[in-house]
Design a protein around this ligand. Sequence first.
Ligand SMILES: [Fe+2]
Length: 295
Amino acid sequence: MDIVPLGPGFAAELRGITLAAVAADDALYRETRALLDEHSVLVFRDQAVTDEVQLAFSRRFGPLEVTKVGSDGAGTNLVILTTIGADGKVAAPDSRRALRNKANHLWHTDSTFKRVPALASVLSARIMPAQGGETEYVSTRLAFERLDADLRKRLNNSFGWHDYAHSRGQIAPDLASPEERAALPPACWRMVWTNPANGRQALYLASHAYAIEGMEKDEGLKLLGQLTAHATAPGTSYVHQWRAGDVVMWDNRATMHRGRPWPAHEARLMVRTTISATAADGLESMRPPSQQAAE
Ligand SMILES: [Fe+2]
């Protein structure tokens, strides 16, 4: 296997490896897991990816999320991200489907609003527009390391509140449906995730974050905005230009990402699997003290 660095201090392409091989081989899985812990974003090109191969690969890393209500693929382990409607046509720019896609263009971390947050996501390109539609990543680990020591210490002892309805509300006031709101109550997590494999710490931020425990609402939102701007400063990102057969895996504990726009009339179909975080991934230390005692 060749490891080719891609981004400014994080992200790497793994050459000479297939998802199917990782799914079938213990040693290869352990090597890939160690590379994920180190590089945060892993790119696999020219993969013969099917739903089955993607599921088998993803299951190696931990339990898979069941797709939430209101998303294509609800109730399965696949999230279908598409602009193609049930009628086979590309959805109109003002449709709910198109607006939900637009919400993915905000800087975020997957699943911070869930009861169990995500270790990693795996995204495969199935139908891509001729241009645009890139995915852009930043390292929240490198962003954390760029902060001064006092702020790092303070954030280590701070807890942020995350709500799916908050990020959707930035696109349209009622984009999160009553059904989604009921299924997804706000979740509270420490603002720094420590990776137990290497001790490295990362900011835990997302467009879903709307408050900081113990801070006035406006003051908390202001700090969240400043930290997001810091983490996504110019020159810090890796932009993935998708080709057919590409699969990208990222560590949600140490990155943020956003989708980039593409011409509205062009179809795009991506399939995501999401691996839930477990105690071995550092999950327990993310809970606020009250919940640590309760669970
Ligand atoms: Fe995402």
